[in-house]
Design a protein around this ligand. Sequence first.
Ligand code: ZN
Ligand code: ZN
Length: 620
Amino acid sequence: MSQKNEKQLSESELMQMRHSAAHLMAAAVQQLWPDARFGVGPAVKNGFYYDMDLPVQLTPEDLGKIEQKMRELKNKKLPFERVELPVDDAIAEMDKRGQAYKVELLQLLKEKGSTAVAKETGDADVVDTDSSGGVTSVSFYKTGDFVDLCRGPHVNSTVQIGAFKLMNIAGAYWRGNEKNKQLQRLYGAAFATKEELDQYLWQLEEAKKRDHRKLGQELDIFVISDEVGPGLPLWMPNGTVLRDELERLSKEEERRDGYYRISTPNITKAQLYYRSGHLPFYREDMYAPMIIDDEEYFLKPMNCPHHHQIYLARPHSYRDLPLRLAEYGQVYRYEQSGALSGLMRVRGMAQNDAHIYCRYDQAKEEFLRVMNLHSRYYKLLGIDDYYMRFSKPDLNKLDKYVNEPEKWIEAMNVVKEAMDESGLPYIEAEGEAAFYGPKIDFMIKSVIGTEYAISTNQLDFLATERFGLVYTGEDGKEHPVYVIHRAPLGSHERFVAFLIEHFAGAFPTWLAPVQAVVIPIADRHNEYARKVYETLFNADIPNAINGMRVELDDARESMQKKIRKAQLQKIPYMLVVGDKEAEQGAVAVRLRNNQDLGSMPLDEFVARVHERVVKRSPEL
Ligand SMILES: [Zn+2]
Ligand SMILES: [Zn+2]
């Protein structure tokens, strides 16, 4: 195979190759089921899919058959040939071939143009996307007997398609509309080389093993109860330890960075959200209001307006700024029930939120401090692979966001300078900014390479107008306040989901819900085991709640069984005690990774855990 000596593909070459693989798959399906009718088949992240109307319901065995046919066609080195046709001829041709969905697409193209098609079908590859008016001519790509409406470009020959694997079959309504027929969406993964494909498949397998929903249940971290409601996770004792320790970490870091902590209520009058702009625009993302004393109250979807009220409660002079207000704030947002997923997508969440109120001349420095705070957290948690994603508005369409473009440009420059000074990697994404200011998302990768968007930061220069946030300057006049919104540890919910995958549930000592378990070898050691347990329980370990998180396993089971159980619970230290340990006031320490540290005096073990916890060390 020629894959080995293939050079690294650029992102657009990769998408081109994946899109070509979609054609190859459709060509294979057409050979196997000549009556197949095709919807759309774009390239997507990690691969491609094609929506198809088939005379049979595909089974997993069919995927193997299709894959084999694809290989056969690939090795025939079929060229991708481009043909241009007037749109009416194209409609006639597709009609002749019985491709009803393509005829429908062509008619839509003819009447409304490609933007409408891209929007409705999720496929931007049909024709060039910027035609908002009707299209008069279209292009087709021919691969063997298979002909597809497509703007291209493609690889030259099927043999240039890299390594692929068909992954799964899902249902997808034609044109995303549930009133239409449900088609079969066949997904494939495709990469330039077999090594990359294998790496991706490994990552998927590993992600399954580390799935936070699975581990969250096995490790008693959270539970979702039908009687409480979907998307409203309940934190069990083990999960609450994770939250408490993370919150403590953020309290410490924020204190050092000059934040004050505040607390705000969960429900609020509608009026505040009209002021903030959440109402009426975001009403559908909020929970339905309740009426109290003839007034509408909402569950809060964001903490910002409340924090602004605290700022407004007192007058501020230039000397008071920056003012940094932090809260683990509980918010509620309505998500469609179909979109809910474990801790990743929830309806109620606690945000590691803060708002920094500052002068324009302080904004860059403050943003930089926020970036540095992120990198400290990431270093501590062994997150090495991350970058910032800077969302900027399209400068030509600035009036879409706000009618003061110069303020936008100022704010963007502040953020950009801070990013440059931070030395952290970033990318720029155009045309994506939130409407009240440039924003940065931190994208982090778990050790197995899954990317998560955890934290959003914004430089907000509009709050000053909406809320009248001002300070009195040295000149005695009122000046606008800049607000930085930040939440480095995101919501507890999403961040814990990330950490479960990242650590595969084997948390470092400072985070581990249970840090040690005492295991007597035989019944006659129970008394000493209890003494050890009590010493550790009361030991001076600076956890969120002082004292070691320790358990005693004196059940009538074999020692091996208890060790196995503790390993499954990913408890860092197993302390086995028998005659020798009882005599010497010691514990035999085994680590969850099977390493045997042998016997050590009890106070030495306490000192070891103390040190790990103080440093929040990843080592056991
Ligand atoms: Zn195509
Ligand atoms: Zn905010």
